[in-house]
Ligand binder design. Structure first.
Ligand code: PGA
Length: 254
């Protein structure tokens, strides 16, 4: 029903030469991936190089952020039109590093989701609680509120074209991944929220990715959970062998 999506978030890593080397390694070991979707999200500066390498291959191209206007006097910003022009079909929106380091709030993140959809980019909306929030028993409340805030006022048709990534902040880059059971519980809560917003049929078709210290040795257990439909991978996506092992997770869900 849902095709798993394995996405690499390269963050602020890889010069153009390094990006080329990584993608060549991925293409070399990719093999048959017809039952899953593979995505890389390089920094803006490597999108052109990577586009030329992945064109006509099973690897899709995404960006890590986008601004909300198609063009204009917005120094330093990159528009959804520019991303489409570079061959992007996905864009990460609302990553916790954008929220925490660059001060992005739910309002701006919601506008970015809309801007992406308007320009035919599939937004990967990131949500997740901090450690103090989880310890206080507020994780579900926080995550549901983030989903509702970003998707407020959107139609079921719009919501159907979104990917959600549940990324507990305390698990990102720490080696401290959520247990498959805890991740599954949150994914089920997110899917229930999507059902309330867009109907159960739409919710059942949406890919909900898990992110936060996903590695070759934990991907299989995570992917065995019924509501985990893929992963947004940071550190382990920077080397071809580790990302390929994640892409080739076992077992395949039917
Ligand atoms: P990580 O990052 O896999 O390095 O924890 C995930 C992310 O931030 O998307």
């Amino acid at each position: 029903m849902r095709t798993p999506l394995l996405a690499g978030n390269w963050k602020m890593y890889k010069t153009t030469g390094e990006a080329r080397e990584l993608v060549e390694g991925l293409l070399h070991g990719l093999g048959d991936v017809s039952d899953r979707k593979v995505l890389v999200c390089p920094p803006f500066t490597a999108l052109h190089t990577v586009r030329d390498l992945v064109q006509g291959t099973p690897i899709a191209l995404g960006a890590q952020d986008v601004y909300i206007e198609p063009q204009g006097a917005f120094t330093g910003a990159i528009s959804p039109v520019m991303l489409r022009d570079l061959g992007c079909t996905y864009v990460i929106v609302g990553h916790s590093e954008r929220r925490a380091i660059f001060g992005e709030g739910d309002d701006l993140i919601g506008k970015k989701v809309r801007a992406a959809l308007t320009h035919d980019l599939m937004p990967i909306l990131c949500v997740g609680e901090t450690k103090p929030q989880r310890d206080a028993g507020e994780a579900e409340t926080i995550v549901v509120a983030q989903v509702r805030a970003a998707l407020a006022g959107m139609t079921p048709d719009q919501i159907a074209r979104i990917v959600i990534a549940y990324e507990p902040v305390w698990a990102i880059g720490t080696g401290d991944t959520a247990t498959p059971v805890d991740a599954q519980a949150m994914h089920a809560t997110i899917r229930q929220t999507l059902g309330e917003l867009a109907g159960t049929d739409v919710a059942a078709a949406i890919n909900i990715l898990y992110g936060g210290s996903v590695k070759p040795d934990n991907i299989d257990d995570l992917m065995a959970q019924p509501d985990i439909d893929g992963s947004l991978v940071g550190g382990a996506s920077l080397k071809a062998d580790s990302f390929l092992r994640i892409v080739h997770f076992l077992p395949t869900r039917g």
